[in-house]
Design a protein. Structure first.
Length: 443
């Protein structure tokens, strides 16, 4: 028996997509137009499109139509992250909403209506355009205090900011203190630059100043890398007294402070930032990926004037300048309130997800920030994360153990769950799958 007609039609389009005859973003005919084109029933056309969507080759956007997907992106990336697409990804934190596409369309229309578009097609100043640096600096003044726009450099995302710091300010072999659990992206740039990471003891993502003092006496440290406001992966917010004590030690031992503020926007009432408390020795790294969209790679560095020339050289060597189109989009959203609205949406969404996480997994064992789209789940003594991760993958769920975050030889047994991009109507089931996997391995 031959294939059903809808399958043959789906195979035909699938071949065209995979051979590149239908390129990513191509708009397909409506179901009715497709049916008329191939002289089939509307139901047959609908089933053919449904088969292609199940295969992850096309995507329907409400009110706009059906489009060919970019096959270079795993189907689980982005808003449409469903079990039918393959694997549900709890490794990468991908906050998003269907309305984000409308935000992008509005932003692009605004840029298209503005003057001097040709300037966006040219090389830009290495540190970013002056008026955009000023816009970002002024938006940060309420939390960081007055920022000199000349000391704010635009980067191609927060990760590029970290790489710029490592390349521009440090020499191979220098030592940087970090928490025992820290952001894997910083581990990566440190390794590439040949920097030695020195783990400093702490509690729940808050560094112990006394142990930092001991480490300074034991060896020569060059800097301290910290996420004082919403630590990744533990979600902690360091209190002001601890910040002041760490700054005191940094001044005594002439340490540079690297303040990673990727998730700071999640905390509505944070203590004073390190750069506000110690501007002469703090390099502040911020970005917009977590608050707007992960695909919009725009960030910034704020540094003492004595460091900006070397940081500019590192930007020049790596990207020359941040993309003008993206910086124009983002700074427009800063000015018109879109950014503030998106941050509030992320906090509200994170709170709902955290409540569900704690309800299903047990609140007493979960470590997280109340508005974050990720959580840390320590495992009971004797329980290893590896078999749990393997079991979850067999059930279509990707999760991470502690290894990517650990800076110590002894790696704690825990799961890091990033659930900001999982559809809410599937989230309870995903958490139940995680709980059952942990329980099965723990028996």
């Amino acid at each position: 028996m031959g294939k059903a007609r809808y399958i043959r039609l789906a195979d035909m389009l699938s071949t065209a997509i995979q051979e590149g005859k239908l390129t990513p973003g191509t708009k397909l005919p409506t179901h009715r137009a497709f049916a008329e084109q191939f002289n089939v029933a509307l139901a047959t056309a609908t089933r053919a499109y449904g088969e292609l969507e199940r295969m992850g080759l096309i995507v329907g956007e409400a009110g706009r139509g059906t489009f060919v997907r970019d096959l270079g992106l795993p189907p689980t990336l982005g808003v449409r992250q469903t079990a039918s697409d393959g694997l549900i990804d709890l490794i990468f934190n991908m906050p998003g909403d269907a309305a984000d596409a409308d935000m992008l369309r509005a932003g692009l229309r605004r840029l298209a209506a503005a003057g001097d578009l040709e300037a966006m097609l040219r090389y830009q100043p290495h540190g970013g355009r002056t008026h955009e640096r000023r816009i970002i600096a002024e938006s940060l003044a309420s939390t960081l205090g007055p920022i000199d726009p000349e000391c704010l450099l635009v980067t191609s995302g927060g990760q590029h900011g970290l790489a710029t710091i490592a390349l521009g300010l440090f020499q191979r072999g220098e030592r940087i203190a970090t928490d025992p659990l820290t952001y894997p992206g910083f581990k990566s740039v440190a390794a590439l630059q040949g920097l030695e990471i020195v783990p400093v003891e702490g509690r729940g993502g808050v560094m112990d100043p006394d142990d930092l003092e001991r480490q300074c006496r034991a060896r020569k440290l060059r800097a301290v890398y910290l996420m004082p406001t919403v630590h990744n992966p533990l979600g902690a917010v360091m209190n002001e007294a601890t910040r002041l004590r760490l700054i005191e030690i940094a001044r005594t031992h002439d340490l540079l402070l690297i303040e990673d503020a990727a998730y700071t926007f999640l905390e509505p009432d944070p203590p004073p930032s390190l750069i506000a408390l110690a501007p002469e020795r703090t390099v502040y790294v911020g970005g917009f990926s977590k608050s707007l969209a992960t695909g919009l790679r725009l960030g910034y560095l704020i540094a003492p004037a004595t460091h900006t020339d070397r940081l500019l050289e590192a930007i020049r060597a790596t990207t020359w300048n941040a993309p003008a189109l993206i910086s124009g989009l983002v700074t427009g959203w800063v000015e018109d309130g879109t950014l503030a609205g998106s941050e509030e949406t992320r906090r509200r969404d994170g709170a709902e997800r955290q409540r569900l996480c704690r309800t299903v997994l047990g609140g007493s064992s979960v470590l997280s920030h109340r508005y974050a789209g990720f959580a840390w789940l320590p495992l009971d003594k004797g329980v290893r994360s590896e078999p749990i991760v393997t079991r979850l993958k067999e059930q279509g769920v990707l999760a991470s153990g502690a290894e990517p975050f650990a800076t110590t030889i002894a790696v704690p047994q825990a799961l890091r769950l990033a659930f900001g991009g999982v559809p809410k109507d599937e989230l309870k089931g995903v958490f139940q799958t995680v709980r059952e996997a942990v329980e099965e391995v723990s028996i």
